[in-house]
Design a protein around this ligand. Structure first.
Ligand SMILES: *Cc1c(COP(=O)(O)O)cnc(C)c1O
Length: 386
């Protein structure tokens, strides 16, 4: 089959970006965030790229591009990774929804975030002696998840009342580290005050926190977006931060037609040609994750040149103006974002974020790793061994 829309994935870029994080955070450990199918890149693919496969008892030293742990949003995501033999430490950021889920976490050695009293009560329903792995989450100002600051001492006491539980650490999440370092530092201060002298590993920084201030790095950082080579900041692009895009999304030209002045392109005729215009129809639409908000404002890359999206993005197709490219032909490969056209820029045009573009890719998009043939062979051999 000839793929219609495909994401070309660069494992070297992913490893490079993790090593860049490592260089910034010194001795802090890295929990690579691979929720939402690795921000659309494939969680299993990302996990395999970021950990050398090792058998039991072969732990040894890690390479600078290796993650110390992974983080996902929910149990379902974690189980998909365990089913693919990703045995690395793994944290469930939203924690569990039932005692049954808590039991599965025990069996699969998953680390559970406990962010509220109802979750603590669920964990307490586990049998005595069950060695749960727990992160406590504290609300230091984002007002989304986490125990209130004043509840922390009592919660710590309840956690310590179960000596069989392993307290992996305490975490909080930053609301505005991408644009307001002071607010991030204030959150960190509240977090520290709430924890007092409690001796457990601390984790504060997402990608924006990693970049905002070294004092946010602490024991564990939790980067997501930057690992995939995208910038969480509006004022600094990924290249300036030393990051390389991991995904380059492609499609193909399906048809080309010459329009005359007055022709209206696509549903609703929202683009009216002002002059003779060469219009190429590309095989990508919002059912692939090329969002309808890119209508009349997005762009694509064809023959290395930026061309504008014209008219409405429809479910399966999108029109571009290729008047400037007389050599454009049916079958040509088009870049939708990635190398040469940052997803951040495309997102800005649509009034959204690169997070949403990548995480919004659908099942219809083929994920293809660019791994060298030798890497591929080594990988499948290693996978087959376990
Ligand atoms: C998604 C998430 C992250 C990663 O955020 P990025 O902005 O992608 O780096 C870190 N921590 C928590 C709790 C998250 O939910």
């Amino acid at each position: 089959m000839t793929p219609r829309v495909w994401a070309e994935l660069d494992p070297q870029a992913l490893r490079h970006n993790l090593a860049q994080v490592r260089a910034r955070v010194g001795s802090a450990r890295i929990m690579a965030v691979i929720k939402a199918n690795g921000y659309g890149h494939g969680a299993v693919w990302a996990a395999r790229c970021l950990r050398e496969l090792r058998g039991p008892g072969q732990e040894g030293r890690r390479a600078p591009w290796e993650a110390d742990a992974f983080a996902v949003a929910c149990l379902e995501e974690a189980l998909a990774l365990r089913a693919a033999r990703v045995q690395a430490p793994m944290v469930i950021l939203e924690g569990v929804l039932s005692v049954e889920e808590a039991r599965v976490c025990l069996r699969e050695k998953l680390e559970v975030v406990v962010h509220d009293h109802w979750q603590l009560a669920l964990m307490e329903e586990l049998p005595r002696g069950a060695e749960a792995r727990i992160w406590i989450k504290i609300d230091s100002g984002m007002r989304r998840l986490g125990f209130p600051l004043e509840a922390v001492p009592a919660v710590l006491e309840r956690l310590q009342a179960r000596p069989e539980w392993k307290l992996c650490g305490a975490m909080t999440h930053l609301a505005s580290a991408d644009e307001d370092a002071d607010s991030a530092l204030l959150q960190a201060q509240r977090f520290d005050t709430a924890l007092g002298g409690a001796r457990l590993p601390r984790s504060i920084a997402n990608s924006a926190g990693v970049l905002a201030d070294d004092t946010l790095h602490r024991d564990w950082v939790r980067p997501g977006l930057m690992l995939y080579g995208m910038s969480p900041r509006g004022d600094q692009d990924a290249a300036a931060l030393g990051l390389r895009p991991v995904m380059t999304l492609h499609s193909r030209v399906l048809a080309i037609r010459d329009c005359v002045a007055g022709d209206a392109v696509g549903y609703g005729g929202t683009h009216v040609c002002q002059a003779p215009t060469r219009v190429a129809t590309v095989a990508v639409g919002y059912a692939d994750g090329f969002q309808r908000a890119l209508s009349n404002c997005g762009s694509m890359l064809l023959h290395g040149q930026r061309v504008p999206v014209i008219g409405r993005v429809s479910m399966d197709m999108t029109a571009i103006d290729v008047t400037a490219l007389p050599a454009a032909a049916v079958g040509d490969v088009v870049t939708l974002w990635g190398e040469g056209l940052p997803a951040e820029e495309q997102a800005r045009a649509a009034g959204t974020l690169a997070y949403e573009l990548c995480a919004g890719l659908t099942q219809r998009v083929h994920l293809q790793s660019r791994a060298a043939a030798s890497d591929q062979a080594a990988l499948s051999e290693a996978v087959a061994r376990y």
